[in-house]
Design a protein around this ligand. Sequence first.
Ligand code: GLU
Length: 425
Amino acid sequence: MNYPLPSYLSNTGAGPWGVYLEQIERVTPYLGELAYWVETLKCPKRILIVDVPVHMDDGTVSHFEGYRVHHNTSRGPGKGGIRFHQNVTLSEVMALSGWMTIKNAAVGVPFGGAKGGVRVDPRKLSRGELERLTRRYTSELNVLIGPDKDIPAPDVNTNEQIMAWMMDTYSINQGRTATGVVTGKPLSLGGSLGRKDATGRGVFVIGVATAADAGVPIVGARVAIQGFGNVGSTAARCFHEAGAHVIAVQDVSGTIIHPKGLDIPALRTWVEAGRPLVEFPEAEAIPDDAFWDVESEFLVPSALEEQITKDNAHRIRTRIVLEGANGPTTPEADDILAERGIQVVPDVLANAGGVTVSYFEWVQDFSSFFWSEDEINARLDRIMQEAYQHIRDTARARKVTLRTGAFILACERILKAREMRGLYP
Ligand code: GLU
């Protein structure tokens, strides 16, 4: 007999976790004596695998695999999103948790790195099934999460409503209302102004800073975006409002182009109404693979990992790859792009705006005192600008890519904390 194995028993050495490990290998020679501690970044602190049984509307019970990984908590409690996707694997969640550790250190927010996910296609669930799945998964995570332990947030296919259910479930289990257990909540439940747009806005802010150094004007710049979810659509709006032309957009439904620039507000309205992006009338649909041949000044992968690989990196014709997604570029592709003089702005910098405003939300929840949107955006812009300058200067001084520069800075912060704390016992 041949029973299928749970996906977490598949090899975690390959895939996204393999990409993350390779990035750690690449930074190690630059860490000096702190390299003594580097193994700590190759071993997630703890991994929880849970079974999530759900009563389905048709009277059956379905079981889903759920994960939460605490990668590292040297600098603070675990922090990172929850992903609902049919292809979630342990390798992916481990890698995403590692990138959160690096990202939080790179921008200097006082968190460690964590990530969670459920292997489910949420588009196939009714609202009731989605709520029951979220609540049971949250209950299973009860041993790990908490406002001072581990604070989840939205990621691919999760949103404010799911955060509200998570917050409610945790609060009921605790017997008190604990708003600070998740970020990315609705405003009415202790959410923060500016959080929803923060990741896309941060992508744009970092794009502008990089473009200024590269001598690329924003007005008239051609932008190609993969992914039109929360990150991609907000980044598109920011670029559009600044006078750039978003000439190509790809999502799961297909790829569309408009050489003079898509009408982004109209496209957002179209997609928000639940219509397939590829059927947007004021654009031409092209085959998905042709997306990589579109000539642009900015290429913004804002969907999933391992999209830019050794197989398509040679074809890419852009000046700046701005990573809105986590892990979209493999190490081999990084090398090809660097050789071809294409600047890659790494995820751990470019998409750190989301977790930065999550930090503001968490602080506001603790003090029950809420800031204005202008205040949030000004603080976000300042943190992003400073992180960019610091990482750029590190990369220049050490003659490395921005990714390795960001990893040097982040790993130094994490491993210094590790060293100061020491090992127990
Ligand atoms: N999921 C987002 C990320 O990958 C946000 C995480 C958070 O706010 O905790 O950075």
